[in-house]
Write a protein that binds this ligand. Structure first.
Ligand code: SF4
Ligand code: SF4
Ligand code: FES
Length: 298
């Protein structure tokens, strides 16, 4: 059973047309897997309603196209169904690569909720709606323009920064087990943008508010005991919009297909930015391996 998170919990309400549930540590799991528990056999014939758009340079208007598909003829995930639909209609365009929830490229909006198509089971519903992730410019069909999303991510300098940059790649930087554990719940992010595109603040202020995905990564590098650019990173986030446009609506956490909690991370990040919390010093000397330790072999 899912356990309520004490820091954020409130009752059912509506905000910007998006249903907020009591906040759970686990992500929203509205797309139930096609389990074998159900006693009644479910009719495998489904109607897929898929958003289609030829792009701004085409003269086409966006439309929803219906496809009849017997889902017993494909795998059990939404991506399997999309691939089957593409066999039927090669003009259908969507992104995918790894088909195992690692590359983050197959994010779509399924039955009104963002998900990764490759790790989400085909819903039991008769009619299945598939749209691009919301509030993004559509390039074609289910493919959206991720340029701005990745520009913001890149602006965070998402890599280790050391004062002694000359030593980079020459030896390992030591990190204690508990310092390393602080990165759990952060490094697993696959940058799928399901969270950011479910965030009302990102919808309305996406050019100035960084959004939950980028802020989660900002915190990941700030909190890393081996990184030495903490002050500058925090200084760059001291702004009314970049992090503080998060109003703890928590749609991001409900949307994350990897079970991460960007809303909680942003709350921690805000405390660091505003000086209410301080980053703890490394538990062990990060230069421990610099003279006699093993080389990283790079
Ligand atoms: S908690 Fe913050 S980042 Fe997450 S959905 Fe709400 S406003 Fe957006
Ligand atoms: S935090 Fe979750 S939803 Fe957001 S980009 Fe990372 S993996 Fe995707
Ligand atoms: S195809 Fe890579 S995450 Fe879905």
């Amino acid at each position: 059973m899912q356990k309520p998170l004490s820091l954020f919990s409130f009752s059912k309400s509506k905000h910007h047309g998006t249903i907020l549930c009591a906040v759970l540590r686990q992500p929203y799991s509205g797309h139930k897997p096609a389990t074998t528990e159900s006693k009644k056999p479910v009719d495998p014939r489904r109607i897929f309603k898929v958003y289609r758009f030829g792009g701004v340079s085409s003269n086409e208007k966006p439309q929803v196209m219906n496809y009849d598909l017997d889902v017993s003829t494909c795998g059990r995930m939404v991506l399997d169904a999309l691939i089957k639909l593409k066999d039927m209609d090669p003009t259908l365009v969507f992104r995918r690569s790894c088909r195992e929830g690692i590359c983050g490229s197959c994010a779509v909006n399924l039955q009104g909720h963002n998900c990764l198509a490759c790790i989400t089971a085909i819903p039991q519903d008769k009619t299945i709606n598939i749209y691009p992730i919301p509030h993004m410019y559509v390039i074609r069909d289910l493919v959206v323009d991720m340029t701005h999303f990745f520009d913001v991510y890149n602006s965070l300098r998402p890599y280790l920064i050391r004062r002694d940059s000359g030593s980079l790649g020459k030896f390992q930087y030591a990190q204690s087990i508990s310092d390393n554990a602080k990165l759990v719940g952060l490094y697993e992010c696959v940058l799928c943008s399901c969270c950011s595109t479910a965030c009302p603040s990102y919808w309305w202020n996406g050019r100035r508010f960084y959004g939950p995905a980028s802020l989660l990564h900002a915190y990941r590098w700030i909190i890393d005991s081996r990184d030495e650019d903490t002050e500058q990173r925090l200084f760059e986030l001291r702004d009314d919009f970049k992090a503080f446009r998060c109003h703890t609506i928590i749609n991001c956490t409900l949307a994350c297909p990897k079970g991460l909690h960007p809303a909680l991370i942003i709350a921690k990040l805000k405390r660091l930015i505003s000086g209410l919390d301080k980053k703890e010093p490394p538990e062990i000397d990060t230069m421990k391996f610099s003279s006699s330790g093993p080389s990283c072999g790079c």
